[in-house]
Write a protein that binds this ligand. Structure first.
Ligand code: CMC
Length: 374
């Protein structure tokens, strides 16, 4: 093997595995198609952001109106999909339900070829289907009647309406929209890479999204937002949390919601979201939760010099918004599906099969031993 092939980086750490014009992740900036995520978080709706990721430019007002109309036109799930959502056992995690739901929806997507415009059609379908799948499953679990989508609502408000049967408050809509913008895209993270690998074999868009959902589910990736909330939820005071975290770090336990493969000085998205932890803790009359949040953060910093990632504040923010913990990672999918689809389209436009090599560590060559002689 050549020296080039021999280069080995466990976990592909630091390896440039491809090019992308969609997102730039660096220590000092996070850009979607050149726009700073802080600017987008302050000013843009999730729908604007999804359009930007998929098309490369921010939409004009008519383009945005048409895009929203297209999404609204795809929100209703086929009856057979709803039946399967009813049939899945109650205890199944929402991420598994979503993986099955998206896979099933793929069979109802009539766009046959994988050309760019068909990929965009499928992208809009899957973007619209994800919140509907989560909302319908929640209604089924709660034994409540299913609700027709209400055209014209924002993506965030529509989800709250379809899942909980009420209008979102302005604060809920604003904060859910903000988390969707922050979660929308993050270059070659594990789930996006999984989607690109699947796409590179010329498999279909729904298959690639299913691969990505399965990859996002794990607690080292998207599953960390739910895991972080469970951690915070164990404690009722800062000193209790501090004592537990100190002991856990001594035992080399990983604290969920902390650390990042790329960021060394902190995660831009966590800095943007964190002020809402304090605001919501105050508004909900649960200041001790913010105290626990800050105590854990300070302890991890004091002992390991590791910053929180976006999943740490997001878990608590979603708790304060009243969402059940089992849907936290599914809400991440609701956002990231826009980034995945942008990458699927980009991979398709300039495809080369992704097929790396491995270093063999098995036994040296040996002769076959007949069954009777073993
Ligand atoms: N808690 C305690 N120690 C940690 C943590 C953590 N969360 N993260 C990293 N470390 C330590 C690790 O033990 C190691 O220490 P030492 O050198 O003393 O052995 C050092 O930091 C390097 O860690 P690593 O595991 O080699 O780093 P990695 O780049 O392989 O892992 C990570 C990155 C995100 C998987 C890891 O930080 C982690 O497991 N974090 C917890 C899960 C999490 O929050 N995931 C969300 C990631 S970002 C958003 C998203 O994609 O959803």
């Amino acid at each position: 093997m050549s020296a080039e092939v021999e280069a080995y980086h466990p976990g592909l750490e630091g390896v440039i595995a491809g090019e992308t014009a969609i997102c730039c992740v660096e220590q000092d900036r996070l850009l979607y198609r050149g726009y700073d995520v802080g600017d987008l978080a302050r000013h843009a709706s999730f729908e604007e952001c999804a359009f930007l990721l998929l098309h490369g430019e921010l939409p004009t007002a008519p383009e945005l109106a048409l895009f929203k109309k297209q999404i609204d036109g795809e929100r209703e799930l086929p009856g057979a999909v709803v039946e399967v959502l009813r049939a899945i056992p109650r205890q199944a995690p929402m991420m598994d339900v979503l993986r099955t739901g998206v896979s099933l929806c793929g069979n109802f997507s009539s766009a046959k070829s994988q050309g760019a415009s068909n990929l965009l059609t499928r992208a809009v379908r899957v973007l619209a289907a994800v919140p509907s799948l989560i909302a319908v499953r929640l209604r089924i679990l709660a034994g409540k009647p299913l609700l027709e989508p209400r055209p014209g609502l924002s993506h965030a408000a529509q989800f709250i309406y379809m899942a909980f049967g009420r209008e979102a408050t302005a604060l809920e809509e604003k904060i859910l929209n903000l988390t969707l913008v922050l979660y929308a895209e993050h270059e070659y993270n594990a789930s996006t890479f999984a989607a690109r690998v699947c796409t590179s074999t010329l498999s279909g868009l729904h298959s690639s999204v299913v691969a990505a959902i399965g990859t996002l589910k794990g607690p080292l990736h998207g599953g960390a937002n739910e895991a972080a909330l469970h951690l915070i939820d164990q404690f009722r005071s800062g000193p209790d949390a501090r004592a537990w975290v100190e002991e856990a770090l001594e035992k080399k336990v990983k604290i969920m919601g902390f650390g990042h493969r790329v960021y060394r000085n902190g995660d831009h998205r966590a800095f943007i979201l964190e002020p809402y932890v304090d605001e919501l803790a105050k508004a909900r009359g649960e200041p001790w939760r913010a105290e626990v949040y800050h105590a854990i953060k300070q302890t991890v910093w004091d002992k390991k010099k590791i910053h929180p990632n976006v999943d740490y504040p997001c878990g608590l923010v979603y708790y304060f918004l009243g969402f059940p913990p089992d849907i936290f990672t599914a809400l991440f999918v609701m956002a990231r599906v826009s980034g995945w689809c942008a990458h699927i389209i980009e991979q398709h436009e300039n495809n080369r099969l992704i097929r790396p090599r491995s270093r063999y560590t098995g036994p040296a060559p040996r002769a076959y031993v007949a069954l009777a002689a073993r």
